[in-house]
Design a protein around this ligand. Structure first.
Ligand SMILES: [Zn+2]
Ligand SMILES: [Zn+2]
Length: 342
């Protein structure tokens, strides 16, 4: 999910507006890749950053044993269609990455339009999860109504008859003028379907990397009210999108080494097959960027996954803690039922 070539040429963004698209066209998820563009004032590495980098390299070596290297792409998969260079932890450190620290350290989440209770619950959980994933403060802003989108930035899809809103309008006219100064990223979630302009059917989300704004839709993430299992699938998809795309906004490229949340995906089946956990090198990137100890990070994510009934994901974080010699936090499992619409 992520920008690349076709997305760029299709949309003809200005030089200053580099768009990242999680796009689907004719049912195909077209993912675009972020190259390395420092987007906010760089924060000089401190001596503690250099020490942390050394410690993280040790953690990477330990964790390799529990991660699967990336499988061979099947026809139609992302790496079957696109060449990608990958990005090691060392290369990331040399890329002057955007980090959620310093003057721009907060992720702002912007609910846009109406949501069912289950959708809203997922967004609230996604905000909590992003905070744990990147070690950042996350602030959910007051709702904005869909009336901020004028008729000219709306349409009904000509064949599918689905109501859609123009993602570029959300980025440029809704979010950017409201961008808080201390935002590392300002991300709108909407239950409306999105389309990015002429020539496109829909997109799952889009981000303007230089402006630190993004919009993701949960419209195509499933039916969270159908059953507890459907709610968990909806939640998991929402969490994956939120963290994968935010990872791009912090200068992370697609992973080509491990089965990892930062792998590119060309279609829903492929993205569903990827874990929400980061491979060892990508884990090191977020721990270094957000200045967090990996065991502390895994512990927070483990507790979250237990709380939300994401059992396989909780089990993997438990294994990660164990592999690094940490102690599992005590946690109280809570109800995993989908919130009811009442
Ligand atoms: Zn991507
Ligand atoms: Zn990775």
């Amino acid at each position: 999910m992520e920008p690349k070539i076709n997305a760029r040429s299709k949309l003809r963004p200005s030089r200053r507006t580099l768009t990242l698209l999680l796009s689907a066209m004719a049912g195909l998820l077209i993912v675009a890749c972020l190259r390395q563009f420092p987007l906010s004032p760089s924060v000089a590495d401190s001596p503690s950053d250099r020490t942390r980098a050394k410690q993280l390299k040790v953690a990477v070596e330990k964790l390799k044993s529990i991660h699967k290297t990336i499988r061979k792409p099947k026809p139609g998969d992302w790496l079957d269609r696109h060449y990608e260079p990958g990005q090691t932890f060392a290369r990331y450190l040399n890329s002057n990455p955007v980090r959620p620290i310093g003057v721009r350290s907060i992720i702002y989440v912007q609910p846009l339009g109406a949501f069912t209770k289950s959708q809203r619950k997922s967004i609230s959980l996604a905000a909590e999860f992003m905070g744990l994933y990147f070690n950042t403060k996350v602030v959910i802003r007051k709702d904005l109504p869909l009336t901020v989108i004028p008729p000219a930035a709306r349409r009904v899809h000509p064949q599918w008859k689905v109501k859609q809103i123009l993602s570029t309008y959300v980025l440029d006219k809704v979010l950017y003028p409201r961008l808080p100064k201390d935002a590392a990223a300002y991300i709108a979630f909407t239950a409306s379907d999105l389309w990015p302009g002429a020539g496109w059917n829909f997109v799952f989300g889009q981000a303007s990397l230089r402006k630190r704004v993004g919009v993701w839709s949960v419209h195509r993430n499933g039916e969270p009210d159908k059953s507890p299992a459907d709610f968990r699938l909806f939640l998991l998809r929402t969490l994956k999108t939120a963290t994968h795309e935010t990872g791009h906004m912090f200068t992370m490229l697609h992973c080509t080494a491990y089965e990892c949340n930062m792998c590119g995906s060309n279609h829903r089946q492929e993205s569903d097959s990827r874990p929400i956990a980061l491979g060892p090198e990508c884990m090191a990137k977020v721990c270094w960027a957000g200045r967090i100890d990996p065991i502390k990070r895994f512990s927070g994510l483990y507790t979250f996954c237990v709380k939300t009934g994401l059992k396989p994901q909780a089990a993997f974080y438990a294994k990660s803690i164990e592999t690094l010699g940490g102690k599992l936090p005590t946690t109280q499992p809570v109800s995993t039922s989908a919130p009811q619409n009442r």
